[in-house]
Ligand binder design. Sequence first.
Ligand code: SF4
Ligand code: SF4
Length: 445
Amino acid sequence: MEDNSTILRKIRAAGVVGAGGAGFPTYKKLDARVEQIIANGAECEPMMYKDREVMLQEKELLLEGLSIMQQLTGARRVTIAVKRKNSDVAALLRPDAEKLGFDLFIMEDVYPAGDEYVLVYEITGRQIPPGGLPLHVGAIVNNVETIVNIARAVRGDAVTDKYVTITGAVGEAMTVRIPVGTRFSDLLALAGGTTLNRPVVFTGGIMMGGVENDLALPVVKTNGGLIFLPADHPVAVRKLTPPAQYQRIGHSCCDQCTLCTELCPRYLLGYPIQPHKVMRSLLMTGSEKERYSLWAAYCCECNICSLFSCPEKLDPKNICVDAKKLLREKQISRTTEELKELFLDVHPVRSSREIPITMLYQRLGIKPYDRKAHFRELNFAPAEVELPLQQHIGAPAVPVIKSGDRVVKGQVIAEVAEEKLGCPVHASISGIVAAVSEKSIVIKG
Ligand code: SF4
Ligand code: SF4
């Protein structure tokens, strides 16, 4: 195999970023020595099939990508994490994985099993320090699609396509591999359209994803799925509630029952997070508001507190998001000494407070929309794609083509300077560049 610096250069040049949602450039993450690699196939968001189908369709590339990661990082242990509901996938992977010395780890069907902090604790028994990374306890966690893209990059293929689950109120739920930049409306048509008058689309999951009304938006490298639901579905309504409204209601209605804290997965792992105390910050101003906002610092925005725990249907998750914004603006954090005192042992009843996925479906009211979204080989070629220049954490890519240029699939169309954190963007279809702006490039096929 090639030397490590050549491999890292190839991974950057191919535009590989975290496909599980964050979009952190993968070459940077892999430039480290660790003991443990974890392939995150836990996929705990309801209704999503993307990671399951990636593991089924791309077994060879997944194992190849893990071997590459092992060479780069010197890891002695490699573990593929799969949910119990996907035991058939684990059975398919196990023989070849074990030949390479890799383990399979079966996770219970609970939410949020795919959170890095949860995954690392379940597999290594170690707690990532507050504000830290898996790297701080000798681990690297990558989504299974990212690992497949690493293998493709080393073979010389750029990230031009991605797996996406299309589900909810659509004609036929499915998971497909489509060019990055395909518009939501094209994917909706691919799945047989919808009978809804006013659909909204959850991008990246019901729990942690955003809600969009605009179906002209494109799929980016970090999107795992599109879930179409009615605009008046209670979860959509809650997610689209403006800040002034959820803050006003939270201010007047929180009775400090503490249920949001008692079921918070990060609190149960011993982290200094207590959303019921963050709710108190709504009653305060100045330094007192800042002091109570500190209890939000390690919130992973899993939404359990808002969409599952709170009996009053308040929004502690968004209050935590606002509190974290305040902390960033004021550059406030706890000292290491303070954290030492606040960091607790794992809660003794943690496992009995995990949220079974079936109970979550019930609470969210999404059971009527739950469909199996297995892989369909469609070789879909959209007439047009829009490729945003910032699909990753770091500096945005800068266009290196202009309107009217002819491009071929896989060609670099936007670059990030070598010394900056970031990745290039590639044409995901062959065609003519129809528009170039500060934010994106449109290609007509
Ligand atoms: S669960 Fe709801 S009512 Fe209870 S403390 Fe948390 S935000 Fe307040
Ligand atoms: S969203 Fe709520 S439950 Fe999830 S980590 Fe944050 S405070 Fe805890």
